[in-house]
Design a protein around this ligand. Sequence first.
Ligand code: B12
Ligand code: SF4
Length: 459
Amino acid sequence: MKYKIKLIAPSANRFFERGSSKFHISPLALAVLASRIPEDFEITIIDEASEEFTLSDNDDADIVGISAFTANVKRGYEIAEFYRNRNVAVFMGGHHVSALPEEALKYCDAVIIGEGDIILQKVLDDFKEGKMKGIYKAEERYDLTEMPFSRLDLLPEKVNYLFKPTIHLTRGCPHSCDFCCVPPFYGRKLRKRPADEIIAELKHIKENYTQESNWVHFNDDNFFVDKEYAKDVLRKMIPLDLKFQAFAGLDIAEDDELLDLAKQAGALGFYVGFDALHSEDLEGATKSVNTKYNYIKWVKKIQEDHGIPVIAGVVVGFDHETKDSFEKLYEFLVESHVASMSMNILYPYPGTKLFDRMKEQNRITSYDWDNYVMDGVNYIPARMTQDELHDGYVEIARRFSADEAIEERARYAATTKMGELGAETIRQWGKGIKRHYQELLMGDREQKIKRPKVSVDAI
Ligand code: B12
Ligand code: SF4
């Protein structure tokens, strides 16, 4: 008889201040971990934010594994306690519990710190012997060779995921942005899957999961850190006839060969983090258009010369910013003609240098992880109030997702190498961000959570 293992990605109690807990993002971590589970286990993956799932006394799981980041960890703890109270073995992993394992251990039997791929075997062996308990730490970094194909077949079929199917090629990041969990978690050395192994998995994905769209999403923080490696992968991807999106740094604009290859390999858009290039000096980072990196020129190069739309990854709330910074940011978004935007308020996530610094400065205003919603403010900004930060964020979102603004971007795209396809993609993305920002953020501002009213004088 097989052991029944349930891998759960909890929903967040809410993802937005207004309380929505639906957010359709496929949990790649669980599909990757499932590929490591031996055959004497029968695996089920539950993605609570996307499918119906009720905690039930009739649940027949023998063991439960829960993946959590900060925004969904409290729901994760509720689920863990539910099973543990019914004598089902429960273990947890992921970014949040890796940073705060002692906190997590109050709710489950075992916590895995770091990458689960290899250590999972030991956890499951201990479970079979009835001794799975305490903290397990992935001591060595996985070199990413001979990685089994992730078990995308176990993800809920009918969900219209924002990104699916997904794959990742690399781990680690040489930069050290102080708000980011990646360097402390994955290390600063970039590790890369062998190109041929990626191509084999991409073929498998194309045959089984892309349907007629041939669409795939790369979940790497930045697919192009090692440009020669990226070129090798891209060259080998061309015959596969895929379409893809990936995260990138703006420095790709300097490499025409790379951009040509990306286009030929099917690049439909790049999420570009506008802070990555300032990683060594975030305090001095500025969203002004006159940075030494000359953002506008580079965005234009990627979009106009190579026909690949850029989605700006923007974080607001850094210490150098004031309430006047929002206008400059919006001007930049308009002048650069970025095709779309993904904007986040700065977060002091546990495990980051930013968290330690803000904690020491007594600037963190909430340790209730349910408040770490996408549009929350959980710290005292240095040069504006919390409300000024939130209002500035909402105002940018409102302007950027207005119909005229979307249409303006689409019209511009049609006049460049992005062409009509780029224009149509921008309209589709526009609908997405409009839904995302306008319905969820602006809908009923009365229901906003009450955050402490703190002024700049308080620090
Ligand atoms: C791609 C990505 C996205 C994409 C797609 C996400 C997806 N789920 O597919 C988008 C852009 C939509 C996104 C959105 C968000 N993201 Co994101 N994202 C990432 C990124 C770059 C890669 C995630 C990934 O797929 N990695 C590949 C998998 C295989 O790795 P993994 O998830 O780390 O899992 C490994 C280990 O963590 C561990 N593990 C994980 N779970 C478990 C469970 C068990 C039981 C065990 C044993 C082990 C284990 O083992 C796995 C294999 O080694 C990471 C950064 C990073 N490199 O991790 C940020 C990251 C996960 N995101 C982050 C955040 C904050 C978010 C948002 C909340 C942002 C926001 N404020 O809007 C949303 C949440 C959306 C959601 N519901 O997932 C943070 C999480 C920090 C935290 N403490 O909460 C990260 C770490 C980036 C950062 N800021 O530092 N994200
Ligand atoms: S460049 Fe991106 S992944 Fe690397 S440390 Fe900075 S934010 Fe994190």
